[in-house]
Design a protein around this ligand. Sequence first.
Ligand SMILES: *Cc1c(COP(=O)(O)O)cnc(C)c1O
Length: 433
Amino acid sequence: MFVSDCLNINEKGHLTIGGKDTVELAKQYGTPLYVMDEQQIRENCRAYVRSIDRCYDGKGMVAFASKAFCCRAMCRIANEEKLGLDVVSEGELYTAVSSGFPASRLVFHGNNKTVSELRYALECGVGRIVVDNPDELVRLQKLAEEMDVTAEILFRIKPGIDAHTHSFIRTGQIDSKFGLALETGEALQVVKQAIGMRSIHVRGVHCHIGSQIFDIQPFELASEVMLRFIAQVKAETGAELSELNLGGGFGIKYTEQDKPVPYDQYMEKVSQTVKKTCEELGINCPFIIIEPGRSIVGTAGITLYTVGALKDIPNIRTYISVDGGMTDNPRYALYQSEYEVLVADRADQPRVGKVTVAGKCCESGDLIGENLPVQDVRAGDTLAVLSTGAYNYSMSSNYNRIPKPAVVMVNGGSERIVVKRETLADIVRNDLD
Ligand SMILES: *Cc1c(COP(=O)(O)O)cnc(C)c1O
């Protein structure tokens, strides 16, 4: 029934997270409420770090993709766990730096970083800027020269592997707004140009093949393609790039149907492929970076709602409406993502019916899920939606002028608010008379 180790049921039959009674948390902090389990997050971080230590002699870095869940508390956890951190905007960069995260372990992504973002990244001393395109390279070189600094960069490459088709395929030319193409020679040309630039230091290459991926093979294939490219750069320029960033995208359990691969198996296979391919190509094994986002925080978080209206439409369906919706979780509206839900007050009871969980926004598409099996449910119950730790808070909005929920972090029997609930004053904060 449970998608995560941090969830359980107590003697009252209530759902618990990290040992805390969720019905009590809902009472104390109000709903909607995001609740995250800090120990689960830290355990996920450590599992990745351990796997690199064990399979690749520690020659790598786990960079948490902060877009999955970005706030200062999370940046601090990532820092304490010795992770790197991916940021994709000035806002994420500011959050990280203002939390005390060392800029040297930041990786700055994005397909259209503005001049002000690039300048800010150079000012902060961001350890790695992942350059997406030739325009950006020129812009960055100019800025770095003006500022009299060296920009440490990786290049984003399209390895031509589509991990999203059912059985993944290699295409000649992937249609994507991200990165440089390999097969047209674009990537090689731009990398050569950068190697000659005075204020640029090319550390390596990066790829990110997708998200919520359950197969290991696409990652192995991507690493092979990327290493061949490193060998080609070496053959043509004599420069050996020392870093390979393989991106994120490791799948997690949203429902019982999802069967994620243990991280260890992933690292083991990929390390073997990397070592073998490097030997074949006669290049040194690169420093490896991986960028998990979803799989660090996803199953460590849940959302608690209060059930309001129940609407039974005979022979059609039963709607239960909650006090949040697409504003705190737009993922069903965006891509029909599936979630497990349960009545936190009666988590020990069997699921007796199927319901459609609706939010409170003025949109028919404002749903959390359809035909979800659930326990006997009544108005006033606390409804828990599981596996909402990733891409929920970070994608939340103020549509319909709904304030964003608080985020509570549970940690070994105690808890603290890490993001305050927005107030009505926050809603009008930027309105001028
Ligand atoms: C989104 C993203 C990630 C993280 O993806 P997950 O599916 O959350 O693991 C990592 N790297 C890059 C460049 C991304 O865009």
